[in-house]
Design a protein around this ligand. Structure first.
Ligand code: GRF
Length: 214
């Protein structure tokens, strides 16, 4: 792992269970990263309470629009906040806004997202529901880099969850969430350790640097 922990900004709009998993992994020293701040577009986001309990600074941004995207000026505000906190990596964790402009430019190749499907299947909202309605027998989740597309950036890690006969949607959702927490922490840990190499759409995981292969 690199010597200086990787500073991560979490962007979340909702409950924040992924945020909690990442914050716990950082606090427990399981990955060489620290959560530098939480940025949310909702003043009622559960994630805010989690930030308080971990004593992580949080910011509620005023999105100034009802559209799904963020205005360039608001993205610019987010860039400023991230810069102030010395952020190395942006991790979207249930952030319900599409990034298009300044944030993508400022953090090119340094923004990740977690999506509750085996991409490229079932992009967009209610992905687990979409998969179950489609009759999928295996669902799952994906951590990917964020680019201009929606849920279309290069894939970092995926985990599959088999759908058991007679399992309720809730059971499946819970299993997907559990896997999300695991692979998101792992992906951030790999980034923090400098072990991700991206070549177009392909992301390779390289061996950790040891005294022998330095
Ligand atoms: C997760 O299912 C994630 O895949 C999606 O939004 C949800 C966020 O859940 N992008 P939580 O707020 O982390 O519990």
């Amino acid at each position: 792992m690199s010597e200086k922990p990787c500073n991560v900004a979490i962007f979340a709009s909702g409950t924040g269970t992924n945020f909690r998993a990442i914050a716990e992994a950082c606090r427990g020293g399981r990955i060489s990263a620290r959560v530098a701040c939480l940025i949310t577009d909702r003043s009622d986001a559960g994630a805010l309470e989690i930030a308080r309990s971990f004593e992580i600074p949080s910011h509620v941004i005023d999105v100034k629009t009802k559209k799904a995207g963020l205005l360039p000026e608001v993205e610019q505000d987010c860039v400023r906040l991230c810069t102030t906190h010395g952020v190395d990596l942006v991790a979207l964790a249930g952030f319900m806004r599409i990034l298009k402009g300044p944030l993508l430019n400022a953090f090119d190749g340094r923004i990740m997202n977690i999506h509750p499907s085996l991409l490229p299947s079932f992009k967009g909202l209610d992905a687990v529901q979409q998969a179950l309605d489609y009759g999928a027998k295996i669902v799952g989740c994906t951590v990917h880099f964020v680019d201009q597309t929606i849920d279309g950036g290069a894939i970092i890690l995926q985990a599959a969850v088999p759908v058991g006969e007679g399992q309720s949607e809730d059971d499946v959702l819970q299993k997907v969430h559990k896997e999300e927490h695991r692979i998101y922490v792992e992906a951030i840990g790999l980034f923090a350790a400098g072990r991700l190499r991206r070549d177009g759409r392909r992301v390779r995981i390289v061996d950790p640097v040891t005294p022998d292969n330095r």
